[in-house]
Write a protein that binds this ligand. Structure first.
Ligand SMILES: [Zn+2]
Length: 444
């Protein structure tokens, strides 16, 4: 097994991009010396990377940026450890309790097992990933939008807090690990684009917020489009690091100062059938660390249904203010309405991570677009957190082009942001065992 992974890794290292990792060698005068040095460096790199395979993920180090795409099979959950140690959890999906999504062939069973709910698995992962802290805590939790695969649904869940709300997704994470501040698109009135009072998931979440605020001192804020001072380094400002809030609720950063523009027409001018949907309202952000860029677009859509107004494509305008990135969390799990050509042309991601949980993730045409050089030239690596047999059948001829078909996908950016690696971790246990390592990649 390890040998097979080593071979796969070797193949990854053979890609042209790797050569840019060794600029010193290119400067040598003698071709033979240059070749020998290159071989030595490649071997050294191969050996050091191969040493990591089969072992637990090394701990986060000060100055590094870790982005863990946690795979429970139940929706999105991303833990970020900023260079100074500040922590951000984006989403905590838990779909398993909704009847029509239970034990259906189109869905993925809970990982590592059904012994616990997804929220508890996420909390346990976070505690382990933050083992360098004496008492692990989440500084910021961000809920990108109010869907069960991003926040967890209480429907049919028996597990209750002593305070009377149901424990599922983010409310379960908050029961097990302290969350200092939570940020979402609805606080404080939860009324955009229409009041959410009838939504049992949002109502349960609001009971959780109220209790946490009163008894644990948790701060709650609404995600502010255009801001670069809402998600900040809390322990040290010495790193060239920034989180820019790109868009939320149809309000988008213009690229200038903290100014925003509206993507949606006034609601009063719309038929209710054309109202912005929940996915279009996602909280979207970009991270910059030196030359390294990461984009997280929630469930944005860019391929709209026939007859829908053109402004329902929100990927196209949002991509224009983002620009090229090293790593993209693929929009809407790679569902057929995501990853349009304009977005790919603008973002040109070197690495794409698909947070999949159903047989429709990724759509075949979506994957074809992601691999197409029609939109941008050069290599790109695609990592799935899951891939159901039904999805494999549907995308069969593209299957060999995927770097990874499953596991937690960890982006480890080195101090300063110049280089990064991808580690795929075993998701069948809580071992944090590294299954494969990719890179190093050079940030542009
Ligand atoms: Zn989703």
């Amino acid at each position: 097994m390890i040998y097979a992974q080593y071979i796969r890794h070797s193949a990854s290292l053979g890609r042209p991009r790797l050569h840019s990792t060794f600029p010193a060698v290119v400067g040598c005068e003698q071709p033979s010396v240059r070749l020998a040095l290159l071989l030595v460096l490649c071997l050294f790199s191969l050996c050091s990377l191969a040493q990591q395979v089969g072992k637990p993920l090394p701990k986060w180090k000060e100055g590094g940026l870790d982005i863990h795409h946690i795979n429970t099979g139940q929706g999105s959950a991303t833990l970020l450890v900023f260079p100074d140690g500040t922590t951000l959890l984006v989403d905590a999906g838990a779909i398993n309790s909704r009847d029509w999504r239970t034990n259906k062939p189109r869905n993925i069973p809970t990982k590592p097992s059904n012994e616990r709910q997804a929220g508890e698995w996420i909390a346990r992962y976070v505690q382990k990933a933050l083992a360098h802290q004496t008492s692990p805590a989440i500084d910021y939790a961000l809920i990108s939008h109010f869907h069960d695969d991003h926040m967890g649904t209480p429907l049919n869940v028996m597990k209750q807090s002593s305070a009377g709300y149901t424990l599922a997704g983010i409310t379960e994470v908050g029961e097990l690990i302290p969350i200092r501040k939570i940020i979402d698109r609805g606080w404080p009135d939860y009324s955009y684009p229409t009041p959410m009072t009838a939504d049992s998931m949002v109502s349960n979440y609001r009971r959780f917020l109220q209790w946490q605020q009163q008894h644990k001192g948790m701060d709650i804020e609404r995600f502010r489009a255009g801001s670069n001072d809402q998600l900040v380094l809390l322990k040290s400002k010495k790193y060239p690091f920034e989180v820019r809030n790109i868009a939320v609720n149809g309000e988008m950063w213009t690229g200038s100062g903290n100014q925003t523009a509206s993507l949606f027409p006034p609601l009063s001018s719309l038929k209710s059938a054309d109202f912005p949907n929940e996915n279009m309202c996602s909280a979207v952000f970009q991270i910059r660390y030196g030359k390294f860029d990461y984009f997280s677009g929630g469930d944005l859509q860019g391929v709209i249904r026939f007859g829908a107004p053109a402004w329902h494509d929100v990927e196209t305008p949002i991509a224009q203010v983002v620009g090229p990135v090293e790593v993209q969390l693929v929009d809407h799990h790679g569902y057929p309405d995501s990853q349009n050509g304009a977005l790919l042309t603008r973002l040109q991601p070197r690495v794409m991570v698909v947070p999949s949980w159903a047989s429709s993730h990724p759509g075949k045409d979506v994957l074809e677009r992601m691999f197409s050089e029609e939109f941008y030239k050069g290599p790109r690596d695609v990592f799935m957190t899951n891939l159901l047999p039904e999805a494999k059948t549907a995308i069969a001829d593209l299957l060999p082009r995927l770097q990874s078909e499953g596991g937690h996908v960890v982006i480890r950016v080195e101090k300063g942001g110049k280089k990064y690696q991808i580690m795929v971790l075993d998701d069948t246990t809580e071992s944090f065992r590294v299954k494969a390592v990719y890179g190093p990649y050079q940030s542009k």
